[in-house]
Design a protein around this ligand. Structure first.
Ligand SMILES: Nc1ncnc2c1ncn2[C@@H]1O[C@H](COP(=O)(O)OP(=O)(O)OP(=O)(O)O)[C@@H](O)[C@H]1O
Ligand SMILES: [Mg+2]
Length: 429
């Protein structure tokens, strides 16, 4: 009794050691099998233990790993056919454990006597099926040489635990494989995203450089046209009739418009290609003072009233850009009013914690809600030049500036009911 409990204790310790083995924790199938088989052979004192897996759609079993006490290497080659050993194959399907005390006479294993048992000197066999997700996938075979031995119930139970370890090793190996594949796919994806981002950044840079260079180079020939048109006007104005003078005016007005447009386009592309200023603290009242001074002529002509409660706010941004932002929005608010109406403009600002939210409300002609996104795109205008002047760059520029400062811009308006433009600016980080 004492001997049995001592054996039980030893076997439990061996199982515990297996549970913590490197092969299992690394999902390394070959190493796991080696550790499991070695533990099994040494614990049950058998000369050879092998793992045999079903092959050829269960028409054969193939040895995938084996451990011999007299040999240190693992043989994994042999294959047994169902047609040669039909009774053994049937027993695999029906029996929990095949405990052949005398393998030569046992009904399930006697088939092996001449071809297998005698040549290898095997006297007793203890085999247990390996199950995976409810189905039989193979068998673990213990082969004893020397005098035949009686397998104890406890030894049969121990072999059952060994098959559990084999299925666990297979499961961990499969999981490891899936993990590895996922990691590879992930790495490939990350690499692709990185490459695409680089390509995008590169083509973006190219585009910006192109827009800058194009608009810069366009100014030169334009200046020539304008210069010669003015010369022509001066020299031959008295020789022209009314129609001729009108055509002349079209030429000079057209070139002037084009020159303004190119200038604005240049400003627009400069905004992100050339930033030669730093982010600084900007006193809001000081900014508004500057802007109203710059828009003096427009303000006087339109008799516009700007209302901005004197709050001490310090913004953080690129001075020239923030000036442009306010300037464009205020000049739109002055410009887009029905004829004969005095512009009323209300500026306000809310502290939203990490950012400021500005609102510039006017009493102008308003914007139909379906255009509330489009007006921020380059050259989008809702009116002809004769109704309201401009080149359609102002709001696109505002959007770029705000986004460059980590904010966003939007409008709330109804046709004929004035507009309120909102934008946010992040506070100093
Ligand atoms: N406050 C406003 N009220 C009504 N419509 C507006 C207002 N601001 C802008 N819009 C509409 O949005 C269009 C785009 O504005 P944006 O400032 O980009 O161009 P613009 O003022 O026409 O030209 P630019 O600003 O380049 O001189 C305007 O043409 C106008 O139709
Ligand atoms: Mg404008």
């Amino acid at each position: 009794m004492a001997r049995e409990s001592h054996l039980l204790h030893i076997r439990s310790r061996i199982l515990l050691r297996l549970a913590k083995s490197h092969g299992l924790s690394n999902g390394d199938l070959v190493q796991s099998f080696r550790e499991i088989l070695a533990a099994c052979a040494q614990t049950l004192h058998v000369s050879r233990v092998g793992i045999w897996m079903y092959a050829q759609k269960k028409a054969a079993i193939r040895c995938v790993a084996s451990y011999s006490v007299n040999r240190t290497d693992f043989v994994a080659d042999a294959e047994l056919l169902q047609t040669q050993f039909p009774i053994y194959f049937e027993a695999l399907d029906t029996e929990r454990v095949i405990a052949a005390h005398d393998a030569h006479t046992n009904p399930y294993t006697s088939e092996f006597t001449e071809t297998y048992l005698k040549p290898l000197g095997i006297s007793s066999m203890l085999d247990a099926p390996i199950r995976w997700e409810g189905a039989m996938i193979g068998v673990v075979c213990c082969e004893h040489t020397g005098p035949a031995r009686n397998w104890t119930a406890e030894e049969e139970y121990f072999l059952g635990s060994i098959t559990d370890f084999i299925t666990l090793a297979i499961e961990l190996w499969k999981r490891k494989n899936i993990e590895n594949q996922l990691n590879i796919v992930n790495e490939q994806l990350e690499q692709k995203v990185h490459e695409r981002t680089q390509q995008l950044e590169h083509s973006n840079e190219e585009l910006k450089r192109f827009a800058y260079a194009a608009s810069h180079d366009l100014r030169e020939p334009l200046r020539t046209i304008m210069g010669f048109a003015q010369l022509l006007e001066r020299h031959i104005a008295d020789k022209l009739d009314d129609a001729g003078r009108e055509y002349m005016r079209y030429i000079t007005n057209g070139t002037q418009n084009m020159s303004n447009l190119v200038k604005e386009l240049l400003n627009y592309s400069r905004m992100t290609t050339i930033i030669d200023e730093d982010y600084v603290d900007l006193d809001c009242e000081d900014l508004i003072g500057h802007i109203t001074a710059g828009l003096r002529r427009q303000l006087i002509e339109s008799e516009a009233a700007i209302n901005f409660p004197a709050i001490h706010i310090v913004l953080y941004g690129i001075r020239s850009q923030i000036l442009r932002l306010f300037q464009n929005l205020i000049s739109n608010a002055i410009k887009f009013v029905p004829r004969g109406q005095t512009p009323q403009i209300n500026l306000s600002c809310l502290d939203m914690g990490s950012y400021w939210q500005f609102a510039i409300a006017d009493n102008g002609i308003g914007i139909a809600p379906e255009y509330s996104e489009q007006i921020f795109t380059l050259f989008k205008r809702l009116h002809t030049k004769t109704e309201y002047g401009g080149s359609g760059i102002g709001l696109a520029l505002c959007k770029r500036i705000v986004e460059q400062h980590g904010g966003r811009i939007w409008v709330k308006s109804q046709l004929g009911q004035g507009s309120t433009f909102y934008f946010t600016l992040a506070k100093r980080p």
